[in-house]
Design a protein around this ligand. Structure first.
Ligand code: ZN
Length: 297
């Protein structure tokens, strides 16, 4: 008897070979999620491309600041739970000290995958030794939150909104549980328990967002902030972001994320046991429809 299983065979159709674009302009690396047809849903292909681009920006001494952006109407609709490019059952070359997931049985499969691709990657990108800025327009939902939250600054357009509706799947928030650090606890409870959209203006009122600007000047405003960050001393900027990250660690951020990661996976497992689906049978369409209904659209 083996404790490994045959990997599940699933057809994966990638709509692009370039799920993330990269360019350097005036010492600023622009890392742009490039699945606009799927609202930049994050699949494994995109995750590893993002990691490649963060690494490229870090290794290039000519880059002094990194901007993370999303092509199209929305920053990110979250993790890919239903496009033809959903690649849950595909192994990639792991970057962390975590094995491949596709031959792992039952709950171990997702636990292994998400430790690498979600929590592990997010913690890694948060520690990039250069200032990072998330430029957020439109939807920033669930998995999208994690991508924005790992950046040092967040600049949002007036049409941006933030939402983590995964309680609908019986899950206490996305894998990288920074909610109660990004928002005051009672607001974090409301955000999670109601799962409603939070406007950029309201997010700004709690300091979750640094700046809210009209959509048509979002790029220009982000460029201006990135240019200022790029002009700061390299080591000084690295130490400064680490100083604040360190204080967050003293407040228990990583420990909280690790603890809640286990609740998250208890929920995935419970869903699987009771419904045969780790995400409660809710695909992207079902979630989008429920979100629209909730928003009164
Ligand atoms: Zn998960």
């Amino acid at each position: 008897m083996t404790d490994l299983v045959e990997p599940q065979k699933v057809d994966i159709v990638y709509e692009t070979e370039e799920p993330v674009r990269y360019e350097v302009i005036d010492s600023v690396a622009w890392i742009t999620m490039n699945r606009p047809g799927f609202n930049n849903a994050q699949n494994g292909q995109m995750t590893y491309a993002l990691d490649d681009m963060f690494n490229r920006a870090v290794q290039d001494d000519g880059v002094r600041c990194i901007v993370l952006a999303g092509e199209g109407k929305h920053f990110s609709a979250g993790h890919d739970i239903g496009t033809p490019g959903r690649d849950l059952h595909k192994d990639f070359e792991n970057r962390l000290l975590i094995p491949g997931h596709v031959n792992k049985p039952a709950a171990e499969l997702l636990y292994t995958r998400e430790a690498e691709q979600y929590v592990g990657m997010c913690k890694r990108w948060r520690e990039a030794p250069k200032p990072t800025v998330a430029m957020v327009q439109g939807a920033c939902i669930a998995g999208g939150l994690m991508l924005a939250w790992v950046c040092d600054l967040i600049i949002a357009s007036e049409d941006a909104f933030f939402q983590d509706p995964v309680v609908r799947m019986g899950i206490p928030g996305v894998e990288y549980f920074a909610h109660a650090f990004e928002l005051p606890p009672r607001v974090a409870k409301e955000f999670l328990l109601l799962g409603e959209r939070m406007s950029a203006t309201r997010a700004y009122s709690f300091g979750m967002v640094n700046k809210v600007v009209p959509r048509d000047v979002l790029r220009a405003e982000t460029e201006a902030v990135a240019a200022k960050l790029a002009a700061q001393p390299r080591l000084g900027a690295w130490l400064t972001k680490q100083a604040v990250n360190h204080v967050e660690e003293l407040r228990g951020k990583s420990s909280a994320i690790t603890a809640v990661y286990h609740m998250h996976h208890f929920s995935h497992a419970q869903n699987d046991l009771t419904m045969g689906s780790s995400i409660a049978g809710l695909d992207a369409k079902a979630m989008a429809a429920a979100n629209k209904k909730q928003a009164g659209e």
